[in-house]
Design a protein around this ligand. Structure first.
Ligand code: FMN
Length: 336
């Protein structure tokens, strides 16, 4: 199941890919992901218009380290006339892959026909992709949901449109736009997409949280690659766990010390990249991710939420009694 993946002239080392997650996959988070060797990872999505007007916050979202290659950027927009220029800007920044977002369900994004709004106009997806493919040498890919709603599962048609437009791969999130994140990702829909694909690579996406669900995605859909999203939050080693398990290698036990170590190094990184105010917000966010499914961490979570600086958060983590913690329980403790 695990193998390298060819996207145009680019060879990804593995077919375990980390999805874009707005508000999550920033530079410091990607540094943690990178440790566990994803085949490809993405920055958070950026708007085409913001790229073109050189919005500094947008460019900051696209920060990456030289050792993060292969790295992908995802752009969101529905204006055909600026598709080529946006694509060129991404290529000039040194990205290895350019992805078009056709899955974002948020009203703010769909109201101008962007994100999953494009699912209602598949021919427009084809036109935007075509312009991008013509404008750049890097592989162009697209990420979609299964359709707008259950009455209109048009992902298999979009697979063919994307292939014709010259896209190298298409990621299918097995939910509709109206579903949001409710219910389970439907693997039959992803399978139907793979059956329509001829040369375009198909990534299966949705509810991959462990090696078992990763294997199910490969086996039940025949997909070429898997795309991990929420499963990586607070558990970046899921990339390595899945890669090893599906390559027949024994699992690595993750201990409380691993959580302690990654929290501390993530904090160091946050502090060196963000200002004090943003560091505090980020620290609370990542603390919540790492400690979400744990026991014996209530006092730690409370102390982190109350910490008034990253250095006080670091002291709390360093002096905490990690012996009493456990990260192997399925009990989900709501902390945020
Ligand atoms: C907080 C959050 C932010 C997301 N941001 C993006 C994004 O920027 N671009 C995108 O294509 N999908 C985005 N997604 C969708 C995910 O990439 C993925 O398709 C979805 O979460 C299903 O996969 P999962 O069940 O493995 O999480 C986001 C999802 C979440 C929960």
């Amino acid at each position: 199941m695990i193998h390298s993946l060819q996207l145009g002239s680019l060879t990804l080392p593995t077919n375990v890919i980390c999805a874009p997650l707005a508000g999550c996959t920033n530079l410091t988070w990607r540094r943690m992901l990178k440790r566990y060797k994803p085949g490809l990872m993405f920055c958070e999505m950026v708007k085409m218009e913001a790229l073109i007007r050189a919005d500094p916050n947008t460019y900051r979202i696209l920060d990456y380290d030289n050792d993060m290659h292969p790295i992908g950027a995802q752009i969101c927009g529905s204006n055909i006339d600026i598709a080529a220029q946006s694509a060129q800007l991404i290529e000039e920044m040194g990205f290895d892959v350019l992805d078009l977002n056709c899955g974002c369900p948020v009203d703010k994004v769909t109201k101008d026909g962007s994100g999953s709004g494009l699912l209602q106009h598949p021919e427009k997806i084809g036109e935007i992709l075509h312009r991008m493919v013509q404008a750049v040498d890097i592989p162009v890919t697209v990420k979609i949901r299964a359709g707008w709603d259950e009455c209109e599962i048009n992902a298999p048609t979009i697979v063919q449109i994307a292939e014709q437009a010259g896209a190298s791969a298409i990621a299918i999130h097995g939910r509709t736009r109206t579903q949001g994140y409710k219910g389970q990702a439907n693997l039959d829909w992803i399978k139907a997409c793979k059956e329509k694909a001829s040369s375009i690579k198909v990534y299966g996406n949705g509810d991959i949280f462990d090696p078992e669900s990763a294997a199910r995605m490969f086996q039940e859909t025949g997909c070429d690659a898997i795309l991990l999203a929420r499963g990586t939050l607070g558990k970046p080693w899921i990339i390595e766990d899945i890669t090893r398990a599906l390559s027949g290698l024994p699992p690595i036990q993750r201990t409380s010390d691993d959580y302690r170590e990654i929290l501390l190094s993530h904090l160091d990184d946050i502090e060196s990249y963000h200002n004090d105010r943003k560091s505090l917000i980020e620290m609370r966010k990542i603390g919540c991710w790492y400690l979400k499914k744990s026991s014996g961490t209530k006092a730690l979570r409370e102390a982190l939420n109350k910490a008034s600086s990253v250095s006080s958060a670091r002291s709390v983590i360093e002096s905490y009694d990690w012996e009493q913690t456990s990260f192997h329980t399925e009990e989900a403790l709501a902390c945020c």
